[in-house]
Design a protein around this ligand. Structure first.
Ligand code: C2O
Ligand code: CU
Length: 457
């Protein structure tokens, strides 16, 4: 007989008794719940995960640009949770950040998310409460917003790449707050896989594919590659490139997305291979058999995707500047920092599991890193004075890198800042609200790497 404590008992009975009336209100639900799923290859047993609608990845949410997205989150987990719609420039109240934009949704409770998707592109949704644990357990899914004039392709495929830490019996290793992981490169897994939606296993020579890669790993920077295909990068983090770029070996930091349009170049009987590279080894994530020929030649010409309604930077000379200095972690020089209003030394911080600081402060503060008016430009030089790379993500906005030569990089929502280096980003405050700005290596975020930016209405 398993003893349930009162909260678990309430959570499970509430899930059973509340469900029908909630459904009856007409809004589609998204239920976060424990489930069994085939995470490891089929010769291994299933893994106990937490998934949206009991699936990993969660259901693919796909809408036309400008459409309204409504989902009633029902929490059937034993922990509070919330959903963040990563990369969408949405209404701040729907951003899913407990403590900043909403309260966490208690076990058995629900929350109605209701917003519009202004930009076309590849996005994703994931838990934003105890995310280093909840995302590692499987709480994420893809969100695709279609252009009204989407380029014509034969297959449009989402590829979600993830990094699991599993035992030899394919059980999830439940060490989500290991101090070693948190102070180093985060919680890295031992099993990386890519899932294709739809799960296309056969293509034809000369067919055109749109591949939408999403790195859903909590902490791992993933180097991808593929063969048998030729084409261009057409979008990063959802936002179209003004000019499609040649494909080089591509690196995806946690949460980053890369969209490609590619043509199948190899002969029938050969294969298309999507691989993950680790040092000089390559691991196959997916293969597609080439089963025939479509047309006599590939299309080759790849046009830019239609632009989204966001203003790109033109001049940053009169912008407000808010520097962000990263410190801490293993091999770092953080001697003391402010945590919850108190100055603590490293030992006391480590005891609390807090070891990373922005500008000498660990974790969230009452005042934002910066406060800008609508239409105002904010520049953030990010100085990584640590021994690890960090993937900085801002909610509700896309930024551009300000290169040392004064030019601007493509629009993104997450940027990898290598150890010891500096990157400057800037954006125009077009979306009012309290926007979280944090490291998307979720172990680092949990251990202090988060702040926020206010855009006034
Ligand atoms: Cu992908 Cu703060 O989120
Ligand atoms: Cu980090």
């Amino acid at each position: 007989m398993i003893q349930l404590n009162r909260r678990q008992f309430l959570a499970s009975s509430a899930a059973l008794t509340l469900a029908p009336p909630v459904w009856a209100q007409g809004m589609q639900t998204l239920e976060a719940r424990p489930a069994m799923a085939q995470v490891a290859p089929s010769e291994y047993p299933q893994t106990e995960i937490w998934g949206y609608d009991g699936m990993n990845p969660g259901p693919l949410i796909r809408v036309p640009q400008g459409a309204r997205i409504q989902r009633r989150l029902l929490n059937s987990l034993p922990q509070p949770t919330a959903v963040h719609w990563h990369g969408l420039r949405l209404n701040n109240a729907m951003d899913g950040v407990p403590g900043l934009t909403q309260d966490a949704v208690a076990p058995g409770a629900d929350f109605a998310y209701d917003f519009t998707a202004p930009d076309a592109g590849t996005y994703w949704y994931h838990s934003h409460n105890k995310s280093t644990e909840q995302v590692a357990r499987g709480l994420y899914g893809a969100l695709v917003v279609d252009e009204p004039d989407a380029p014509e392709v034969d297959h449009d495929i989402v590829v979600i790449v993830d990094d699991w830490r599993l035992t030899a019996k394919a059980e999830l290793v439940q060490d989500f707050d290991s101090p070693h992981d948190w102070t180093h490169a985060g919680r890295l897994g031992n099993f990386i896989h890519g899932r294709l939606a739809p799960d296309i296993t056969e293509v034809k020579q000369n067919q055109r594919l749109r591949l939408r890669f999403i790195n859903a790993a909590t902490d791992r920077v993933i180097l991808m590659g593929f063969s048998g295909l030729s084409g261009k990068v057409v979008a990063l983090d959802g936002m179209p490139l003004e000019t499609p770029a040649p494909i080089e070996a591509f690196v995806m930091a946690p949460a980053q997305r890369v969209d490609f349009i590619v043509d199948v170049m190899r002969e029938p009987g050969e294969k298309v291979v999507i691989a993950f590279q680790d040092g000089d080894k390559a691991y196959v994530l997916a293969e597609m058999a080439i089963t025939g020929k479509a047309g006599s030649a590939p299309r080759r010409k790849i046009a830019a995707l239609p632009a989204n309604p966001i203003t790109r930077l033109s001049n940053v000379s009169s912008a407000q500047i808010a520097e962000l200095k990263m410190e801490g972690g293993a091999m770092g020089g953080l001697r003391q920092a402010v945590y919850q209003g108190e100055m603590l030394d490293t030992g006391a911080l480590v005891d609390k599991g807090m070891i990373w600081a922005f500008n000498g402060v660990v974790g969230m503060t009452d005042t934002p890193l910066a406060d800008i008016g609508r239409g105002e430009t904010l520049r953030i030089p990010i100085i990584n004075d640590t021994a690890f790379s960090h993937a900085m993500h801002i909610h509700g906005n896309h930024f551009q890198e300000v290169k040392p030569d004064g030019t601007f990089g493509p629009l993104r929502d997450t940027i990898l800042v290598p150890a010891g280096e500096t990157r400057e980003i800037a954006f125009i405050g077009e979306n009012p609200g309290k926007w979280l700005f944090h490291c998307h290596m979720l172990s680092h975020q949990a251990a202090g790497m988060k702040t926020w930016v206010n855009v006034r209405a």
